[in-house]
Design a protein around this ligand. Structure first.
Ligand code: SF4
Length: 648
């Protein structure tokens, strides 16, 4: 097998204690790639339509990418997949770190679990032997402590993915961690792992990952790395808010070359955007009802990028990443160190809750990583609860005395602790804002901001309507990692894929809000391309370098020997998207129910700030997008003809 993939999966039945290898035929990889595409091809057929996401019939998979371990750069992403207990449909979450190559070095492209164990267990693979081992002694431990203990016990170079107390307590906004707190956070799949009584996967393998043409891969990687290493001096972090303010007042948009974002990422990481996004209207404020003037420079300055790099002890690189946007930071208080908080975490627990206390953001980051709870959903649910408190739906009695007011950082910390422990009001909030609103009643539903039950990420569709579209049409909804107008500009796919529209260097801001066929083509292209990235195991941030600088398609050809065109790879992406949508239809999802909450679409519009008066025509955008895939534009269902055309 000299094609980059391993050609095998491991299937573990936790009820029976059976562990079996399965050979995956070559044509599956040619049709779906590896990673998420491979997982979609398996789970579509194997999870029954009526499966309870927390029951034995759900299958939870951990998959690596086709390019992982091949010498390609940015190829260290792993994905967890399964039926989401949060949305009821397709669930996936994506993470960096060092776990992805460990899956392949054990000889597999994916490790899948069905059934439910009668006691806490972990899967240990060593020297080609897979065994289920007792995990009673680490059940209840946080992710950092449990990982440390597992590494001590195995005394090898193991890589570990695991859940914390949040997943064990079946919080529907819990994720799965590796490398001391890097999280595959979305879709609530930590709860699926908890429901299966599976604490961890501990992988030790040394299998060779063979490729068609390693020299060619190396040559391509060297060329790509030159772009990554280009790093001119840059402005201080405290100045970034002015850049955002400038972008807000300009009547035109300068199309972004992703090289600029690469420079920001390399210098600061994703926190580079903390203040810039607030100022330009990209970051939602005060549970999406506020604006940049509510969380202006005087408040947001405490989260300027320099604050995070000042306490960065060491830069953090995921496997095979030459960029290294992460970092390990020192902190004071309950813990000594934490992964550098990400933009999403800072804004969800910061601006969305009007919290300017940066020490609390470090503490919340580490607390949630250790609990294994999604920081986006946790922050958004806290913001929802604060608004409920403001409106009198929640009282001090309900919160056990917590004064749940905007920006009250100690109250937010206390609330999050309750959510992790499922204690009092925290028990109601631990499954996210949509379910909490159903339990609270009293009209609280109008303060939820989500898509299909999943809280939206910290990018405002009223600033870039592409986010509103992708939050609404993704089979795993509410995700910021799929597409937007900005992402399309940075991907520069038109330079490689025939027939895609080119974005000019400068355009009027108003054109962002025009809904037309070109926008639908762009939206569909982003989704297809992301499925290629997720099949390859590549990092989204690497792809922002632009299609001419990061050789995604060429790496795939060099690894596999397939010699496919970029258009053929995009068709694979289309097939995977259609299959994931078909998974949702099979499981009773009405795709229109995934449309974002009205507030996030500007209904009613904001009366001030960067996004003043803006509303997004999400319905028309959704229909245009579905049309690009050949799905029914009224229902979002892929018909038999469409499935046949794609060979599904
Ligand atoms: S750019 Fe950041 S998230 Fe992406 S692979 Fe590198 S370190 Fe990981």
């Amino acid at each position: 097998m000299d094609k980059g993939y391993m050609g095998k999966i491991l299937m573990v039945d936790l009820t029976a204690g059976d562990i079996k290898e399965e050979i995956v035929p070559d044509d599956v990889y040619e049709k779906y790639l590896s990673g998420m595409g491979l997982a979609a091809s398996l789970l579509y057929n194997r999870i029954p339509a009526d499966a309870d996401p927390l029951g034995p019939d759900n299958i939870l998979g951990f998959v690596s990418g086709l390019l992982t371990g091949t010498g390609s750069l940015f190829a260290g992403r792993w994905m967890v997949v399964g039926k989401s207990p949060l949305t009821g449909g397709w669930g996936d979450a994506n993470c960096g770190g060092n776990f992805s190559p460990a899956i392949k070095r054990c000889g597999y492209d994916g490790i899948f679990f069905r059934g439910i164990s009668d006691k806490p267990v972990y899967l240990h693979i060593k020297n080609g032997k897979a065994r289920l081992r007792d995990a009673s002694h680490i059940w209840g431990m946080d992710t950092v402590e449990a990982e440390r203990m597992l590494l001590e016990e195995t005394a090898g170079n193991a890589r570990v993915a695991l859940i914390g107390p949040s997943g064990e307590k079946i919080s529907l906004i819990s994720g799965i961690s590796n490398d001391r707190g890097r999280m595959a956070a979305r879709s609530g799949l930590g709860a699926v792992m908890g429901s299966k009584m599976l604490k961890a996967l501990v992988l030790e393998g040394a299998k060779r990952i063979s490729v068609h043409n390693r020299e060619e891969i190396k040559k391509l990687s060297r060329k790509c790395n030159k772009w990554v290493q280009f790093q001119p001096p840059f402005i201080p972090g405290s100045m970034t808010s002015y850049v955002g303010a400038l972008m807000r007042v300009m009547p035109t948009v300068l199309a972004q070359d992703g090289m600029l974002y690469k420079i920001l990422l390399r210098k600061w990481g994703t926190v580079s955007m903390n203040q810039m996004s607030v100022e330009m209207g990209d970051a939602p404020i005060k549970n999406w009802k506020g604006n940049n003037t509510d969380f202006g420079r005087k408040k947001s300055i405490s989260t300027n990028p320099g604050v995070f790099t000042d306490c960065e002890m060491i830069k953090y690189h995921c496997y095979s990443c030459p960029l290294g946007c992460g970092g390990i930071c020192s902190m004071t208080g309950k813990y000594n160190e934490t992964h550098k908080p990400e933009y999403e975490t800072v804004l969800a627990l910061g601006g969305l809750c009007m919290n300017e206390d940066v020490d609390s953001l470090f503490e919340l980051n580490e607390t949630l990583n250790r609990a294994g709870m999604d920081t986006i959903s946790a922050g958004a649910t806290a913001a929802f609860a604060i608004e409920c408190y403001e409106e009198g739906i929640l009282t001090k009695e309900d919160t056990d005395g917590i004064e749940l007011t905007w920006g009250n950082s100690s109250a937010i910390i206390a609330l999050i602790d309750k959510m992790i422990n499922r204690e009092g009001i925290g028990d109601i909030l631990a499954d996210g804002s949509k379910i909490a609103a159903r339990k609270l009643g009293k009209g609280s539903e109008r303060f939820t901001v989500h898509a299909g039950g999943q809280e939206l990420a910290m990018h405002d569709g009223r600033n870039d309507p592409g986010f509103a579209l992708h939050y609404s049409v993704e089979p795993a909804p509410g995700r910021h990692t799929i597409g937007s107008g900005l992402y399309y500009e940075m991907f520069q796919l038109w330079k490689k894929v025939k027939g895609l529209p080119k974005v000019g260097p400068l355009y009027f801001k108003g054109t962002k809000y025009v809904v037309n066929e070109e926008k639908a083509v762009i939206g569909a292209a982003c989704s297809k391309f992301i499925n290629v990235l997720n099949g390859a195991g590549l990092c989204l941030f690497g792809s922002f370098l632009g299609s001419k600088r990061i050789p995604t398609f060429d790496w795939l050809n060099a690894a596999t020997g397939w010699n496919k065109t970029p258009e053929e790879y995009m068709e694979i992406g289309e097939r995977v998207q259609t299959l994931r949508q078909a998974f949702n239809i099979k499981h009773g999802i009405e795709p229109k129910d995934f449309k974002i909450s009205d507030r996030a679409a500007g209904r009613p519009p904001l009366s001030g700030g960067a996004n003043k008066g803006r509303a997004v025509d999400v319905d028309t955008m959704i229909e245009g997008y579905w049309g690009q895939f050949g799905w029914d534009i009224r229902t979002g269902k892929p018909g038999a003809e469409c499935m046949e055309r794609l060979g599904i």
